[in-house]
Design a protein around this ligand. Structure first.
Ligand code: NAD
Length: 501
């Protein structure tokens, strides 16, 4: 089959699959096979406008739909997603490559946000003060924004959209989601499920595309807010452009997460955690651990334990019960692998080289095995840049203070973890470390849905984190109402500024 005979993944506009008419296509690969399984249509400006117009037309009726009815849709969606999550996991694996159990894991974390959103009436309540002045009441309303745009990355094609979608929709907004063009099918699947759950047509739109679609969302006057997740340079661009255009924006960026290991830690638990958090999903997680900061003398023993565990991992096709799958594209795999040469050139010690490993999968899959690099210099690009692959660095330090200083001097502040049996040290760490999400003996501290997800520094541009209370704040706008019901005793002329009496 030539590339042009492949199925084309459509938009989802007005409650139905809508084929792209732009004539622009991008290949969507099955990363474990190494060939394109479909193409995705990339929106042109006319399609962007049609998608936003459809959402804008659906918004007023959805905004005015009763809380009870909106809640019923969220409950129905929750039931459907829970019942059919296995189907979605297979789609995620076939386009992203992560193993099926991991795909199910991301859907389960997304489901948590859907469950939070079923309780949304409690989270969009205003406040009321009676008799603030004689016969005068003040109360606040939290209203939806209108059309909101979500732009998501390739690495969590189900979970990241679900960080925002349930919250934005429950709060009464109309959503246009621009998923990653690398794994775009999950978004269409979610949209169809929402329709089945009773969501009115046009309230959830999927706009397939690239920069043209994103820029269209950033420029269109109907779009009130943008939630973005992706790499730091694009996050900064989204933040600046959206703000310049007067839109509300939250832009979550890249990461370089450190695990600080104190000498009193249980090194077997640490080694398990380092392997799980360093190589799970082939390191393509924004909360992956990419640097072990070993407070000496633990490094040699820990490296031996990690090496032993890596030897037992099965790398291969995510549908074949393996532990770790391929990377997203050939280009990304090559870029990640190139850091191994950088490490060698910079004098680091490559303990495990993931190139050329044996895999349980097709020869052309985008493979790179777990890679462990010791004695990484903090001036090396291996340390300073986000690699976003299965490459785990070790930096050796002499003291706790040196470790914290290292973590705090980094450009990113997404996640971090400390491993220790010393409660005082852990408590000091949570206070001193300049990172948004902290694990204490927990390597991937993604907060549950009723807290909020977001990092510091170059890992989040904007004021609001994703989901939780922050999510509902982001997707609603407050009005304060001062009200007095007419009573002849309240009349009279007074040109002074209103004061409470
Ligand atoms: P990416 O920045 O390349 O793409 C993200 C989205 O932006 C995609 O939808 C893409 O189509 C769009 N995009 C790409 N280039 C653009 C441009 N020039 N103008 C406008 N839009 C553009 O990111 P990715 O490779 O898909 O995802 C991996 C990155 O996402 C990593 O850096 C990872 O750390 C980050 N990430 C962060 C979080 C977080 O919560 N902070 C979560 C997941 C992923």
């Amino acid at each position: 089959m030539s590339d042009t005979d492949l199925p084309v993944i459509p938009h989802y506009i007005g409650g139905r699959r809508t084929p792209s008419t732009s004539g622009r296509l991008a290949p969507v690969y099955d990363p474990a096979i190494g060939t394109a399984s479909a193409n995705v249509g990339l929106a042109d400006e006319a399609e962007v406008a049609a998608a936003i117009d459809s959402a804008a037309a659906a918004f007023p009726a959805w905004r005015d739909t009763s809380i009870a009815k909106r809640q019923q849709v969220m409950f129905a969606f929750r039931e459907l997603l829970n019942a059919r999550k296995g189907d979605l996991a297979e789609i995620v694996t076939s386009e992203h490559g992560k193993v099926v159990s991991d795909a199910l894991g991301e859907i389960t974390r997304g489901l948590e946000v859907v469950e939070l959103a079923t309780g949304f009436p409690h989270l969009i309540k205003g406040e009321h003060s009676e008799n603030v002045s004689t016969g005068v009441d003040v109360y606040s309303l939290k209203q939806p924004l209108g059309v909101v745009g979500i732009v998501s990355p390739f690495n969590f094609p189900a979970m990241v959209p679900l960080w925002f979608l349930p919250v934005a929709i429950a709060a009464g907004n109309a959503v246009v989601l621009k998923p990653s063009e690398k794994d775009p099918s999950a978004a269409v699947w979610l949209a169809e499920l929402f329709t089945e759950a009773g969501l009115p047509d046009g309230v959830f739109t999927v706009l397939q595309g690239d920069k043209v679609a994103v820029d269209g969302l950033l420029e269109h006057p109907e779009v009130q807010a943008i939630s973005f997740v992706g790499s730091t340079p694009i996050a900064r661009y989204i933040y600046e452009t959206a703000a310049k255009n007067g839109k509300r924006v939250q832009a979550l960026g890249g990461a370089k997460n450190h695990m600080l290991v104190l000498p009193d830690a249980d090194l077997d638990l640490v080694a398990d955690a380092a392997v799980n958090a360093g190589f799970g999903s082939a390191g393509e997680r924004c909360m992956a651990i990419s640097v072990i900061v070993a407070v000496e003398p633990v490094a040699d023993e820990l490296i031996a334990k990690v090496t032993e565990r890596v030897a037992g991992l099965r790398i291969g096709d995510g549908r074949r019960n393996c532990d770790m799958g391929p990377l997203i594209t050939r280009e990304h795999r090559d870029k990640v692998a190139s850091y191994i040469d950088v490490a060698i050139a910079d004098g680091a010690d490559v303990v495990i080289d993931g190139r050329g490993i044996e895999v349980d999968g097709a020869a052309d899959g985008f493979w790179l095995g777990p890679t462990l690099i010791d004695r990484v210099s903090t001036s090396s690009r291996v340390y300073t840049e986000e690699i976003f692959g299965p490459v785990l660095s070790v930096v050796r330090v002499a003291t706790y203070e040196e470790g914290v200083e290292l973590i705090n001097s980094g450009a990113f502040g997404n996640g971090t973890a400390i491993f220790t049996n010393d409660g005082g040290a852990a408590r000091r760490f949570q206070n001193e470390v300049q990172v948004g999400m902290i694990g204490i003996n927990v390597p991937i501290p993604v907060p549950v849905a009723y807290y909020s997800f977001g990092g510091w520094k170059q890992s989040l541009f904007g004021d609001a984190k994703a989901y939780g209370v922050h999510g509902f704040e982001f997707f609603t706008r407050e009005k304060a109402v001062t009200s007095r019901w007419l009573d002849p005793s309240h009349g009279g002329i007074n040109l002074g500024f209103p004061q409470t009496k």
